[in-house]
Design a binder for this molecule. Structure first.
Ligand code: EPU
Length: 418
């Protein structure tokens, strides 16, 4: 299993590029199952979860051809509308094929996702939404079966709780349903709007994506399209935090600043200064003294749960006491025990972490437990005294493209050992 070996205390300076967004690319790949025609996708990040989704759509019958930074995909026939256990167990976002498969084939079987490192993460809201569109849902042998032999029918879906992939899954189901579908209390994440952009290019009729009410007029078929994925706001945010701790200065390139505004607001409150040399560039340098600030994670446009671990690592370097409350997932503080091993002063009480700083972190052997927790360990290691060894970096490879090469490119002392 690969490890990262990081020698802390070196500044990072220069330009660091942002890849396409993993969480936008995943639903977009699933959406290619909605048409027989070729869909050409650009700026697909080369990360493990994307490879898993590509394998999944291949296993249902699509032809996937990698080309220059993207994929050409043709699902001329769907031969087996099923997401098998072997793939779903490695990536919960596999449930994103449920909506497209039942819309296209009238039938889908998806292995039930089990527990997950960051929480229970059920898909009950996806299933209730599909039922509203007329699908019959049954469960057998660990699989969920959605069945709509005469096609889906438009309906009103009200999510009791905001769900990102749930909104995406139902949007993909509704584009081929007969009549109008309204999704209420929809997720506002930019990845939802990006998916709607692609679907619209494919001939779907969608209004309001990116707001809390999405209206979809079903069409009888979709056609091919070309689409470039939006930049990864979480990768960009991770680099901004690295820059706030060690930037000399660091310019994050190819980012949409609007997508990281909640993060930038919080970082400014902590004393970090930014400049915007171009529309898609943000420059940040190490703040002299960081101040402790409190935060609670929230759905977009609030502070992203996917940035909580990295921000918490930054707060170990801030003066004072910071309260960090996780409201989206019930068990997303796995990085805390590893940061404690590096000398951080953090107490946990349910969904609240109290971080007291500033503490001098010292390099240690630590373990990556999930994607964003791993990113927070990389950030901590960059500022720690001495060498940190991070085990199980396959977690980080799920969602960050060549992170060690990108960081090395701006002066960090990080290498991968196999
Ligand atoms: N929930 C339910 N029932 C459902 C769906 C969700 O109870 O049917 C709950 C979840 O358990 C969670 C909350 O609702 O407590 C929000 O979950 P959501 O469905 O929004 O999360 P997701 O769609 O499974 C996506 C991202 C996550 C990100 C969350 C929140 C993708 C592929 N994944 O997950 O990204 O943390 O939204 O923003 O888009 C990551 O990239 O590291 C990651 C975990």
């Amino acid at each position: 299993m690969d490890t990262f070996i990081i020698e802390g205390g070196h500044p990072v300076s220069g330009e660091i590029p942002v890849s396409g967004a993993k969480n936008a690319a995943l639903p977009v790949l699933a959406a290619t199952l909605l048409t027989r025609d070729e869909v050409s996708l650009e700026r697909i990040p080369k990360v493990r979860d994307i490879r898993t989704m590509a394998n999944l759509i291949e296993s249902v019958g699509a032809e996937v051809t990698p080309n220059d930074g993207g994929y050409r995909i043709r699902a001329a026939e769907v031969t087996s509308p099923e997401a098998p256990y072997e793939l779903v167990k490695t990536m919960r976002a596999s449930s994103l094929v449920l909506g497209p498969l039942v819309a296209r084939c009238g039938e889908a079987r998806v292995s039930m996702p089990g527990g997950c490192a960051i929480g229970a993460r059920p898909i009950n809201l996806h299933l209730a939404g599909l039922e509203k569109l007329g699908a019959k849902i049954t469960q057998e042998h660990g699989y969920i079966r959605a069945h709509a032999p005469h096609g889906l029918k438009g309906g009103v879906i009200h999510f009791d709780r905001i769900t990102v992939t749930g909104t995406e899954d139902l949007m993909m189901a509704a584009v081929l349903a007969e009549g109008e579908t309204t999704i209420e209390n929809a997720a506002l994440e930019p990845e939802v709007a990006d998916l709607a952009d692609l679907l619209t290019k494919m001939g779907a009729r969608i209004e309001g994506a990116g707001t809390s009410t999405i209206r979809i007029q079903g069409v009888s078929e979709l056609h091919g399209a070309t689409h470039a994925i939006i930049p990864d706001r979480i990768e960009a945010g991770t680099f901004l935090i690295a820059g706030a701790l060690a930037g000399d200065p660091l310019t994050v390139c190819g980012v949409n600043p609007n997508h990281v505004s909640a993060l930038i607001d919080k970082m400014r409150q902590a004393g970090v200064e930014f400049s915007f040399p171009a529309d898609d560039r943000i420059e940040v340098r190490a703040a002299g003294t960081l101040r402790a600030v409190d935060l609670a994670t929230k759905e977009y446009p609030g502070f992203a749960t996917d940035m909580q671990a990295q921000f918490l690592a930054m707060m170990t370097q801030a003066q004072g006491e910071s309260q960090i409350i996780e409201t989206i997932f019930e068990n997303r503080f796995m990085h805390v025990s590893e940061l404690l091993r590096m000398g951080a002063d953090i107490t946990l009480d349910g969904n609240r972490a109290t971080v007291r700083g500033k503490t001098q972190l010292s390099g240690a052997r630590v373990m990556a437990s999930d994607l964003r927790a791993s990113a927070s360990l990389v950030i901590a290691a960059l500022t720690a005294q001495g060498e940190t060894v991070i085990d199980r970096v396959y977690h980080i490879d799920r969602g960050y493209e060549r992170i060690e090469e990108k960081l090395r490119g701006v002066g960090a002392k990080i290498r991968r050992a196999r």
